[in-house]
Design a protein around this ligand. Sequence first.
Ligand code: PHE
Length: 446
Amino acid sequence: MSNEKRASFGGKLSAILVAAGSAIGLGSIWRFPYLAGEHGGAAFLLVYLLCVLIIAIPVMLCEFAVGRRTHKNAVGGFRQLSKPWQILGFNGILCALFISGYYYVIAGWSLDYLVNSINGSLYNSDISFAQQYAQFTASPWPIVYTLIFILLTHFIIARGVEKGIEKASNIMMPILFIILILMAIRVAFMPGAADGYRFFLTPDFAQAFSADTLFTAAGQAFFSLSVGMGCMVTYASYFNEKTNLIGTSLSVSLLTLFVATLAGLVIFPAVFSAGLEPTEGPSLIFITLPEIFKDMPLATVWSAIFFILIGLAALTSTISFHEVITAYLAEEHKMSRKAATYTTTAITIVLSLITLLVTFDFNFLGKQFTSTFDIYDYGSANILLPLGGLFTCIFVGWVMKPQFFREEITNYGKLPGKIVPFLFILVRYIAPILILYIFLKGIGIL
Ligand code: PHE
């Protein structure tokens, strides 16, 4: 595939917009609240914040540097700089496959909730939202909605994403912020909301620094910022020589933190107000959000808007990991862009169907796995992304010459470089040591 074609993807989109589109998605709105709920609320928020700042941002900068320098996909980018390190790119492809295997399923759930908001059935039912959720997940509908979501992603990638996504993101992100803020205000008036704030904002430090919370929060930092799998290598390959890498990574991270925190400020007061358990797990937002809407005027309208936004936020993320695989196939296997897109979509359908149809039960490293969902989720966020992030730091910090990092971060001296030595210490020592420590503790080796 010609470079010209690739450049046009990045040419029209601002770097921040596409990278934030990839980062902000189900990770912040669905995954963060339920993990925070399971890991002590505020304790989790605190550790997650630290992991984003100290670990994920340095990894993102390294990925940006590799992608922008080489203008290649994840595998090709690392290989161009040093052949053996292409393995990091392959780790990324594997991880993109893992995430593809379950992300569309959750995105499909949002689609179902959208449809049921519009047709009113969500709010006209005699059974509780928890029961509705259980009924839905046991029905064949998730298969239908998952497939629709995959096809939606396919359609956008196949069409070229320039105008559609830039425009959609431009309008959608601000609306998402506004609606989240409105909902946060609305839940403040729900009875019992104070318990939710207490849960989400007053940390228990003993729990915060337990191995389990650290491990889960670090995984969430990688997952929510889309780092550790070459996604940001792929996206940065579309950046130009003027893109400010530090500015971009900070903006993307702050926007993501903002959305995740707002999601918590919406969900937890509602959870406590409705007398639900914060430890509900993956169903958390699907049971709680309708509780917030149900007594509001125009419940169905608000609910529909909200699920559209979740769907769109998910879509700008699914596009990004679809693109990681598509760009790899097109460039490394000399496939046409079209064939690469179809191949990626076909693989995604197979992986998602396995998640939807196959269940089992086994215990590994003290964790219970009941479907490929668990394997994909745990394997990507807790294993492959941290390992990818660790070795990305080692690669940029130790294998490449220090100038490489400096040149990319300062755009060859055009931007001020005072902060570079500090960032380099993060990349060389602090981030990799912390990742390794948290990882070994998390899997029970330390
Ligand atoms: N960051 C995305 C989200 O939070 C998920 C994602 C992970 C996307 C890794 C691309 C790569 O929803």
